[in-house]
Write a protein that binds this ligand. Structure first.
Ligand SMILES: NC(=O)c1ccc[n+]([C@@H]2O[C@H](COP(=O)([O-])OP(=O)(O)OC[C@H]3O[C@@H](n4cnc5c(N)ncnc54)[C@H](O)[C@@H]3O)[C@@H](O)[C@H]2O)c1
Length: 286
């Protein structure tokens, strides 16, 4: 397939470009910067530049749209919401015009569980009912999260109007695995944000493998509708059985099934059934 990857120089996008190239796909990489170590040419351009987007996104099969502003502490709410939404519309509409049959979008867990200590936010608010999954109701509490939810709604519209298969992936905190090593010790000082995000994480490599799995999945092509996935590793920052984690740190959070049947704070069974993907990096080794 001929696949556009936006945010190609980023932590997630660079892995996606490498994986898709290894799998024999033709990758059209787009980013504001060229990191210089990708196996494909990077089109250095701004996704806010609509004529440039229209010039580069032509004659394609699919888009992995991963390039956005990523700040969720809002120094400039209008900018984050306005520019992310403009980039998303530029890319989605160009993809449709260019004949894309599937779109994968990097949404965020922040749509359902935003980080605490934002203005007006309750620092002790618990996570949504557990285990979370793609059906967990949206509750954005910052402009970044709102921009992600708007994009999910836009993709519903595009899938209905044009029959393109769309998947919004509400990624949890992603980083290289070695970066997570320092997290458990830091949690001792402040558990609130980790509690809010249900202690979930995922490696960039597993994120890239998931994007590729969605693009390759037979059942997620044209006419498959719009979906929302919430993936995560099967582990957690404290390397604790999920039941014990909930019992010790999230008492009172509503549970969607009996605690002895919860093996992970995020239920990825639907993602696995539809794409074959399972995370490989499930344990933080310090
Ligand atoms: N890393 C996480 O914890 C996390 C969690 C949830 C969702 N996400 C989402 O996943 C996606 C990838 O995240 P990441 O961690 O790789 O971030 P990243 O910052 O490493 O990569 C984002 C890339 O997008 C590019 N970009 C931003 N604005 C652009 C523009 N106007 N035009 C062209 N390129 C532009 C940046 O140059 C950067 O290379 C983002 O959409 C992010 O919101 C990330």
């Amino acid at each position: 397939m001929k696949i556009v990857v936006t945010g190609a120089s980023g932590g997630l996008g660079s892995g996606v470009c490498r994986l898709l190239t290894e799998q024999g796909h033709e990758v059209i990489a787009i980013d504001l910067v060229d990191r210089g170590d990708l196996p494909v040419k990077v089109h250095v351009m701004n996704l806010l530049d609509r004529p440039a987007v229209d010039r580069v996104i032509v004659g394609i099969d699919a888009v992995a749209h991963l390039g956005n502003h990523t700040d969720f502490i809002p120094p400039d709410p209008q900018m984050i919401l306005g520019e992310n939404t403009a980039m998303n519309m530029n890319v989605f509409q160009a993809a449709i015009n260019a004949g894309a049959k599937r779109i994968v979008f990097a949404s965020s867990i922040q749509v359902v569980a935003s980080v605490p200590r934002l203005p007006g936010d309750d620092p002790d608010a618990p996570p949504p009912p557990l285990p979370m999954d793609g059906d967990t109701p949206a509750k954005p509490t910052n402009p970044y999260a709102l921009s992600k939810q708007l994009a999910e709604v836009m993709l519903e519209y595009f899938s209905k109007l044009y029959g393109v298969g769309c998947v919004s992936v509400r990624f949890p905190w992603m980083a290289p695995m070695e970066r997570f090593r320092e997290v458990p010790a830091k949690l001792a000082g402040d558990l609130r944000w980790a509690r809010r995000l249900a202690f979930s994480f995922m490696s960039y490599l597993d994120g890239a493998r998931l994007v590729a799995a969605i693009l390759n999945a037979e059942k997620l092509g044209a006419g498959s509708g719009a979906r929302i996935y919430l993936p995560a590793s099967t582990g957690n920052f404290l390397n604790m059985p999920a039941g014990e984690l909930i019992h010790r740190f999230m008492a009172g959070v509503p549970l969607r099934r009996p605690i002895d049947q919860i093996t992970s704070v995020v239920d990825i069974s639907r993602i696995t059934a539809e794409t074959g993907w399972t995370p490989r990096d499930n344990q933080i080794v310090s």
